[in-house]
Ligand binder design. Structure first.
Ligand code: NAG
Ligand code: CU
Length: 246
């Protein structure tokens, strides 16, 4: 049995190794914007960053490797809290065929987002995990085989410029260490919200530890949990954007 399982995994490797992706297109309501029109490029292109024991503690986990050098390139997209549908699309409509959680975080820039390095507080506004009763397959991840990810921007976000960061983490650990696919868009939130600051927040790096259940999860190992753990904090302001596909 053990040998059969190993063979089954080995058979999947070639397909996975060619199917990499990143998220250069910001989605604004019905419009898919140009590649890197509003998204900060990185020097990784569509290749992942591997968590090899160091990446979780590297500032590259904010907006990806080399992205600070590209910070003046994107434009800043105006989006309205509580109204606009926003999101990301992969390069060349590459379908995500790696199992793992997809999350979107935001962090307010102290001034112009084009100068911001992402060292401040990050809160989570969207996530896709597994189906509520996960059957343990790759297809049970809600991001599986999709290339567009949209959500409604919550109303409870103060006005200002932000980095909006999408992350997909591939968690088929027997093959390789975790693979991180991530990029940041430049947005300016139009809002009249002036309540409590979004919370809970984390820092990048620092917010993820290797011992976190979501980082430890091996999507291809047995036995499987009936529900896969998600990385990072709870979402702000509620679970309305959890596992919701629009
Ligand atoms: C597992 O669940 C997913 C999502 O509902 C479904 O597409 C897939 O066919 C299921 N696979 C098995 C083997 O039950
Ligand atoms: Cu891969």
């Amino acid at each position: 049995m053990k040998n059969l399982a190993t063979l089954a995994i080995a058979a999947l490797l070639p397909a996975l190794s060619v199917a990499h992706y990143h998220f250069p297109h910001l989605i604004l309501n019905t419009k898919v914007t140009g590649a890197h029109e509003y998204v900060r490029p990185s020097d990784n292109g569509y290749m992942p960053s591997w968590e090899d024991g160091a990446f979780l503690q590297n500032p590259d986990i904010r907006c990806n490797k080399g992205s600070m050098n590209h910070r003046k390139e994107p434009k800043t997209a105006k989006i309205t809290a509580g109204k606009d549908i926003v999101g990301f699309q992969t390069n060349v409509q590459a379908h995500i065929q790696h199992p793992g959680p997809l999350t979107v975080y935001m962090s307010k820039a102290p001034g112009d987002v084009r100068d911001y390095d992402g060292s401040g507080d990050w809160f989570k506004v969207f996530q896709l995990g597994t189906t509520p009763k996960w059957n343990g397959t790759d297809q049970g991840w809600l991001s599986w085989n999709r290339y567009q990810f949209r959500f409604q921007l919550p109303a409870q976000i103060p006005a200002g410029q932000y980095l909006m960061r999408i992350e997909h983490m591939a968690v088929h650990q027997p093959y390789r260490n975790k693979e991180f696919f991530l990029q940041c868009a430049h947005v300016e939130v139009v809002s009249n919200y002036n309540g409590a600051a979004p919370s809970p927040t984390i820092k990048f790096p620092g917010g993820y530890q290797r011992s976190d259940p979501a980082i430890q999860l091996d999507s291809w190992a047995n036995p499987k949990p009936s529900y896969a753990p998600m990385p990072g904090p709870k979402m702000w302001p509620n679970d309305n954007n959890f596992n919701v596909i629009i």
